[in-house]
Design a binder for this molecule. Sequence first.
Ligand code: SF4
Length: 510
Amino acid sequence: MDFIKGFDRNQLIMMDFEANVDHDSWARIVDWFVDALPMSELGFNDVLQSEGRPPYKASDLLKLFMYGYKKDLRTSRKLEAACKVNIEVIWLLKGLQPSARKIAYFRKNNPKAFKQSFRYFVMMLKEMNLISGETIAIDSFKIRAQNSLKNNFNQNKIDRHLEYIDGKIAEYEKQLDVDDDREDDHKEELEDKIKWQKEKKEYYKSIEKELQDSGETQISKTDPDAKSVILHRNIVNVGYNIQAGCDGKHKLFINNDTGTVNDTHALANMALDAKELLGVDKINCLTDKGYTTGVHIDTCTKNNITTFSSPKAHSSQDNGLCNMNEFIYDEKNDTYTCPAKHVLNTNGNICKKRKHRVKRYYTKACNGCQLREKCTKNKKGRFIERSIYQEALEENEKRVKQNPEYYRLRQQITEHQFGTLKRQWGFTFTLMKGKENVLSEVNLMMMCYNLRRLMSIMGTNTLKHWLRCLCLIFNHIFKPIKLDLSNFFNLKKEIDTNIFKLLRSLNLSI
Ligand code: SF4
C-alpha cells in the first residue's frame, strides 16, 4: 500500500488543451457566446492598422473578461496571470498572453460597447421569450468605490476639520507667547507646526469652495462620481448605489444604472428604460418602499407602467396627533372632512415644499374645536398638505393592498441575484473610477449572470446549440447585410425578420 502519487515531472507529456477543458465548462459557454456577438457593430474597435504591432481581437479580450468576472478574477494583473497558468484561459485565448496594461485599457476604453453588448443580449433573450416583459422588479445594491472615506467631504466634515485646525493654531500660538524666552529650536518647531496647520486650512478651504461650486452636498476627491452611501445597516462608506431591473419570468437582469445615493428618484428612469428596451406597450413594476415617490409613480402611470410600490406611512402617523387616515378626502369637491366633521378647503394654489409640490387645506373651525388638543399644536389651526401626485400614490397603495401575493414576488425576482454577485463572485467593490466605467463592470457582471442563469434554465447542451446556431446565422446572414447598430432599435426589426425566426424554426426546446 502506498500514497496516491502524481506524475513524474521529468516525463515528457503530450497534452491536448481541448481534452483538458470540460464539456460544460464556463470557458466553452463564454467562447460560443462572444463569437455570437456582432463585436464591431456593438462598438468594439476591431480595426487593423497598416503599421505597428497587430492588436488583440476585441472578442478575445471580452472572452477573457467574461471568464474572469465569473471566476472572481477581475483585476488586470490577475487576468494577466491567468493567461499564463489557467488551462481554461489558455484554451479560451488560444495561448495569447496580453499584458495587464492591454487588458486594463480594453476595459477602460470600451464602456459604451459593454453597455451595448448587455442590452443586445437582453434583446436576444426577449426575442427568445426568455424575458417576458410583463413584470419587472427594480432594486438596488451598494458596492464600494475606489475612494476612501477620508477623501469624501461634506460641509459638516469640512467645518469640523477647520474648527480643529483653528484650535491647534491657537494652541501653538499660545505656547509661542508663553515660551518666548526659551531656546530657538523649540520656537522654530512651533512655527513649523503653525505653518503646517495653515497649509492644511488652505487645503480644506479649497475643498469647501469646490463643494460650494459643485452645488452638491458631498464631494469625493479620488473618484468624483462616488458618493458616501450606507453599505449595510449603520456602516457608511464611499461607493455606488447600483440600480438593477430584473424580469419576472426567469429572474434575468434587464437593465442597470447608478448615480443616486438612495432609491428615491430612481423608479421612473429605470422603468421607462426597461419598457423601451423590451419594446412592450405596458409593463408591471414591483419596487420596495424606498422607490415610492409621487412624481415617479405619476410618470410611470402616464407611461403605461403599473407600479406596485410598497406605500410609505404618512409622516403625521407617528406624532401622537390625529392620524391622516381620519381625514376623509372628497375627490369631487376637492376637500377634506376632519374628525370633528368640519370641511377643510383649499385655495387651489400649489406650493413648493422642499422638493414636493403640495396643495394646502384649512378650516376656520379649529378655533374653539373640542378636538384641537388631540389634532394640532399649530397656533393657526390644523392644515393638511396633499401632494399633487397623491392620486397616483393612492392608486398604487390600493393595488399593493389588493394584490399582496403578487407584490411578494418582488423579493423572489430581484434580491437573490445580488447575493450571487456579491458573495459568490466577489462584486462588493469596483475597480474602476467614474460612473461610466463602474457601469462597465456592472454590465460585464450582469452579462455573466444572465449567461450562467441560462445554463440552469436551458441546460448546457441546449444553450450550446442555441449559441452555436446564433453564431453560424450571425456570421452567414448578418455579416453580409452589414448591420448598422448606430440606431439600436433598427436592429430589433432586423432581428425579428432574420435571426430569431430562423432560430425558432430550429425548434430548440427552451
Ligand atoms: S382642530 Fe380643526 S381640523 Fe382638527 S378636528 Fe378640530 S376642526 Fe377639525
